[in-house]
Design a protein around this ligand. Structure first.
Ligand SMILES: [Cu+2]
Length: 73
């Protein structure tokens, strides 16, 4: 079982609560080991096991919360 880091551009965040909301939701996903979302950078870095959760799944969760997400890779 190995994890890789993926960075996503996130648009629509305006305060720290937005980042917390995203981190909380992503941490509930299987295979997600850590998340770091920054309002300033407009980005979210997620360490995950892609055999359990794919980058597309992460984007889906962020967009369900009402933000716009795109993968950097
Ligand atoms: Cu906010």
């Amino acid at each position: 079982m190995s994890t890789t880091k993926h960075t996503f551009r996130v648009e629509g965040m305006h305060c720290g609560s937005c980042a917390l909301l995203i981190d909380d939701a992503l941490e509930d996903l299987p295979g997600v080991h850590s998340t770091q979302t920054s309002v300033k950078q407009g980005a979210s870095t997620v360490e995950l096991d892609i055999s359990e959760t794919s980058p597309e799944d992460v984007i889906g969760v962020i967009e369900e919360l009402g933000y716009r997400a795109t993968s950097f890779v």
